[in-house]
Design a protein around this ligand. Structure first.
Ligand code: FE2
Ligand code: FE2
Length: 472
């Protein structure tokens, strides 16, 4: 179904045919806008930003680009097209038609999953709200705002499900989405990584590479859900999410490129003397954001994950492309655990290991990006390799949470850890240095901060000096 832009809330779910639902969402809309104005990108209400807006949910050619004042961005409800033949691909209900309504016994489970996912969306906007003041270019400023408006839309995506399928409880959850805030001591966001600060652009790029990628894997497994409206919502969100990860990967890549150019030109690795970012600091930021994002996948062995799967609410990454019985009753899966002073592999029931399996898919995906960053170094003739740390490194959740593990996967004593951690995680000094590089925002079209290379091409193939953001 095409998107109806004549409505107050653009949508492709025929909202006009359900007056009650439409009114409820039109009531929530001004509260969302108040939240955006108070907690969204700081001081930007008059900026004209070159943004893409969804005009259809086709994978090809779904976006329209043009300058928009951000508060006038048309946040709406866009679900991927319904496949009337779709069946549930896994678990106890395998082969039955996908559910168009919430099965009574899965109501609270589904609500919790939707709320947990939905809560991350506005959280990241809050985390990033001050970054505009130190943008390294108009191009980057535009990308930040594009990510921000789309995270706002992802909140809409989840709030629509809550309003449409969960009655009064759902409406209350939708309100609470705007009441919790990232880092708020009284009402924090639900997940730890979304209460961390994103204080600088290196952190922002790492966040969009690592943490938005967690979002990709969560959305992909929810896109397999037997609850069809959730599946269809997540499918379209994934289309938008791809750009966020591009912003992260290319952002870090451009920093790496600039660093490599300066190292060659000046034959030094004292990048700080040159006002750029040294590779060990980039590695420490990588270690931090990777480990914090790994925690988002939850416990290695989890009965919740097993239940979600068996009940048909949350599948595996690309479930339908996996060649097995999609029930996993007797199957085993190997996970890593710390035992007797070392890390060993241990077989557990595959159903219980679904979080770990998803985490493994995620780690492999991250590794491909790191490989591309290393290619940049290699091409520049710089002998340095960025690496993903061991998955047990710096973890707060799961089997490694109360262990000290080095980036190369060795169990350490507390004393060893304390002696070496400054080489592995960003120090106060690192953070102060990165902060010192930030800002004020570079606002001349085509100009870039010293510590980052320009992108290979413009957004939507715009010229190098294109005015992505106009200030009024
Ligand atoms: Fe999102
Ligand atoms: Fe995202």
């Amino acid at each position: 179904m095409s998107i109806d832009y004549t409505q107050l809330i653009p949508n492709n779910v025929d909202l006009a045919s359900d007056r009650r639902l439409q009114r409820a969402l039109e009531n929530w809309q001004p509260r969302f806008l108040d939240w955006w104005k108070g907690m969204g990108p700081d001081g930007t209400l008059n900026f004209d930003v070159y943004l893409r807006t969804a005009v259809s949910t086709d994978a090809n050619g779904w976006a329209h680009f043009g300058h928009v004042k951000m508060p006038e961005y048309r946040w709406g409800i866009f679900l991927a097209d319904r496949d009337p033949e779709r069946t549930i691909a896994f678990g106890d209900h395998k082969g039955k038609p996908a559910w168009q309504e919430v099965p009574g016994e899965l109501r609270s489970t589904l609500r919790r999953l939707i709320v947990t996912q939905g809560d991350t969306e506005p959280a990241s906007v809050e985390q990033q709200r001050l970054l505009g003041g130190t943008a390294p270019s108009l191009y980057d400023l535009r990308n930040l705002f594009q990510v921000n408006v789309e995270e706002g839309r992802h909140l809409w995506a989840m709030v629509y499900l809550l309003h449409a399928y969960f009655g009064r409880d759902g409406r209350e959850e939708a309100e609470a989405m705007l009441e919790r805030h990232s880092g708020d001591p009284d009402k924090p966001r639900i997940l730890g990584a979304f209460n961390e600060k994103t204080p600088d652009w290196l952190s922002f790029f790492m966040f969009t590479f690592f943490t938005d990628r967690d979002g990709k894997y969560q959305l992909a497994s929810l896109a397999e859900s037997g609850f069809d409206p959730l599946s269809r919502t997540c499918r379209f969100m994934l289309t938008e999410e791809a750009h966020h990860m591009f912003v992260g990967e290319s952002g870090v890549g451009r920093i790496v490129q600039r660093t490599a150019e300066l190292m060659r030109e000046h034959r030094t690795d004292d990048l700080r003397a040159l006002g750029a970012i040294d590779l060990p600091t980039i590695q420490r930021y990588l270690n931090f954001h990777f480990s914090v994002s790994l925690d988002l996948f939850g416990q290695e062995a989890s009965t919740n994950a097993a239940n979600y799967y068996t009940q048909g609410v949350k599948g595996r990454f690309l479930e339908t492309r996996i060649d097995d019985d999609h029930v996993l009753a007797g199957a085993a899966y190997e996970i890593e655990v710390a035992e007797e002073g070392r890390i060993v592999r241990k077989a557990v029931p595959a159903l219980h290991a679904l979080n770990e399996r998803l985490r493994t898919d995620y780690v492999e995906d991250c590794a491909k990006g790191v490989l591309r960053w290393n290619k940049i170094l290699e091409r520049a003739g710089v002998a340095f390799e960025l690496k993903l740390p061991h998955r047990g490194f710096n973890r707060r959740i799961g089997a490694f949470a109360d262990r000290r593990i080095s980036p190369d996967g060795k169990l350490l004593s507390e004393a060893d850890w304390q002696a070496r951690v400054a080489g592995w995680l960003p120090t106060d000094e690192d953070r102060a240095y990165i902060t010192s590089l930030m800002g004020p925002a570079v606002v001349q079209p085509g100009k870039y901060a010293h510590w980052i290379a320009p992108p290979a091409r413009g957004i939507n193939n715009q010229a190098a000096d294109f005015e992505y953001v106009r200030f009024n």
